[in-house]
Write a protein that binds this ligand. Sequence first.
Ligand code: SF4
Ligand code: SF4
Length: 409
Amino acid sequence: MFPTRNIEELQSSLTRCVKCGLCQSVCPVYATQSGEQNFSRGKISLLRGISEGRLTLDEKSIEALSLCVGCASCQGACKNEVEYINLLSAARKKINQEKGMPYIKKFALKTFSKRGEAENLVTYGSILKKIISAGRGSGKGLELKFPIHGISKGIYYPPLAEKSFISRKGGIHKAKNEWSRLAFFVGCSSSFILPEIGEAVLNFLVRNGVTVIIPEGQVCCGTPHYISGDPDTSNKLLVENETEFAKYEFDGVITGCATCGGGLKEYYDIKDSTGKPRPVYDFNEFVVGNLDRFEIKQVESDEKVTWHDPCHLVRLQKIKKQPRKLLKAAVGESFKEMESPDTCCGFGGVFAAAKPKTALAIAKKKAERIETSGAGTVITSCPGCVLFLRMGASLHGGKWEVKHIAQIL
Ligand code: SF4
Ligand code: SF4
């Protein structure tokens, strides 16, 4: 289950912070705006003061606690086992209880906690997009039919699915020469926004002998709600998902979303219809763990190909080598690392909607690193990162393409 502890119950974590500052240099927010309150050491001091009654939850402290992508870079760098993400969730829970959640966050989280509401949103969104844009969104940005105040031509806006991937493809996809049966946890972004990623994961697995079950009643994994300080909704979604997956028989659960994978591995206990607990695999982890079973397409590329480590893949799941192994198998010598491939893209789920200025400043910094690498294609393994790396490219005037790893295999 997702933890529901209050800040007071996380006292030991607060006192473990020795103020060494190791978390400062890895924080993407601090890289765009300096100030002690903008990285975890300052936020932890603030929380300690609040929990000891020395400070109050005023406007300034709320702003400091909202300026965090939830990337867990600080937690990864910390040598003192400060549970920063749990502290952040507990702090935001307190803010929600005492001051209420900002409207935009509330709207996004409420929509994605109910499948029906999310389905309606994509239907209306895709209709609106047809009216205002000259073409379905592409990696190059929105082509407007006519100028609209506040919407910039050339900025990448996500191509909402006309119908969600889960409602189109839910059910069992039997593979010829089946050697494994996996339940696919699709995730909101691959279902409602970039369904081509869901298709790529599904097709690659089935083509290589894995029967894929897509439980039709699956909902959001609940991680965005947890990071936003609403663990009760996260746990409601967790129970819905565990109940839905328990209707099927399978060997394990697979996901192509780094954030869903992090949440499922940490908080879920997924059992299949036989009652056995089943492991959760990230897409890269499963493919590399069974590499002799998969045929990896060789991709001819004149341009360099680089890799972006999604925060929740590299830090929460410690998956770093596997995608590089896959990329080298697919594109050979064309693979080239960019500088600091594991710095955040700026997305952070609802963070991008709540704090767009900071999110875009982080995306721009990432885009500069990609530009310097000279890559023509950026590969990653999180639909949210795909969206935001494209956003960064459009802001920076970058010409590179961004794809999920399943789309090149
Ligand atoms: S790295 Fe850990 S112990 Fe050091 S200042 Fe940051 S949170 Fe505190
Ligand atoms: S989670 Fe990321 S953005 Fe938030 S304080 Fe830690 S490093 Fe900075």
